[in-house]
Design a protein. Structure first.
Length: 319
């Protein structure tokens, strides 16, 4: 009995050793965390509720030009001073709303504040957020709600909302490990929320290609089918955003920035959302509207969004 067990163990270890060697010959490497970016580019900091938030201070964009971006003591993108007694508009969204890679006074939130002295604008955009994290920002304002929320939607949000594996692989925490963002799923017809967190390596994974590939296979299994949940999760989250705004006696506008899926505009119309459809086909094809020709939207694009958004805000406030 003992001899048989030893033989089985030896055979297993021998097979693992062969697999490890073959994988390395084929160019596979064991797990290693990504190198952290320089401090001047690290504009975010971990947060237990939101996954991450903007860090107070001055940071540089990693895109061409390395434009400085300023965030106040609460981690909000720098904006003109609020105007007491004027309706407050809170804008939630991702790096486009945040205004990544352009100057403070070039974001569409800033331009809207300049053009509309009758309004007070707050930019609550955070790079990398999806619909669920934008919803969390709205829920966090229950004690101090605005007159109106604007949610800036971009097509990638539908993948971020459900923690699509491609998005997990793109996200990194401060130690260079992949991250699962706060996200939502539909389980037995019910919208469920998940906190997310860092994807830490398994024991000995940093020394073994076999363990690294096994962990990757487990991740593919764990997050399989998420793409199929994009539509129901996005629609459920938008409905919840609308309800949260109503509970706070605030108005709600969905701002379509770019790349909306085909199902979204009909859904928004059917459910009677106030929508600012500010999509422009040239955004996807004109390099002059992207920083460096490939990056985030330029100041010119933000100016167009500010101009497009204003009428929808007026319509919502009058409703």
């Amino acid at each position: 009995m003992r001899g048989n067990a030893a033989l089985v163990l030896f055979s297993l270890l021998f097979a693992l050793g062969l697999s490890e060697g073959a994988a390395r010959i084929l160019g596979y490497a064991p797990y290693a965390p990504a190198a952290p970016s320089a401090a001047e580019f690290r504009w975010s900091t971990p947060d237990p509720a939101f996954g991450w938030v903007n860090k107070p201070g001055r940071f540089l964009s990693a895109e061409p030009g390395n434009v400085p971006m300023n965030f106040d003591a609460n981690g909000l993108r720098a904006m003109p001073p609020l105007k007491p007694g004027r309706p407050r508009i809170d804008i939630v969204g991702d790096s486009i709303t945040q205004g990544y890679a352009i100057a403070d006074d070039e974001t569409f939130a800033w331009r809207l504040a300049e053009a509309r002295p009758d309004l007070s604008i707050v930019n609550r955009g955070v790079g990398g957020y999806g619909t669920y994290q934008a919803l969390l920002r709205m829920e966090a304002q229950r004690a101090d709600p605005p007159a109106l929320y604007v949610y800036g939607f971009y097509g990638d949000h539908q993948y971020r909302n459900v923690a699509h594996l491609g998005w997990i692989r793109a996200l990194r925490d401060g130690d260079g490990h992949n991250m699962v963002p706060p996200h939502a799923t539909i389980e037995n017809g019910v919208l469920r929320f998940h906190r997310g967190g860092s994807v830490l390596p398994w024991p000995l994974e940093s020394s073994s290609v076999v363990l690294t590939e096994a962990h990757r296979a487990w991740m593919r299994l764990e997050f399989r089918g998420r793409q199929d949940q994009r539509q129901p999760v996005l629609e459920a989250l938008l409905a919840r955003m609308k309800n949260v705004a109503a509970e706070q006696r605030a108005k709600f506008v969905v701002l379509l920035l770019a790349d909306a899926p085909d199902f979204l505009p009909p859904y928004l119309a059917k459910e009677d959302f106030v929508v600012a459809d500010c999509r422009k086909p040239e955004f996807e094809t004109d390099p002059k509207l992207r920083v460096g020709g490939w990056g985030h939207p330029t100041a010119a694009r933000h100016a167009l969004w500010a101009e497009c958004l204003a009428p929808a805000i007026d319509a919502a406030l009058k409703n």
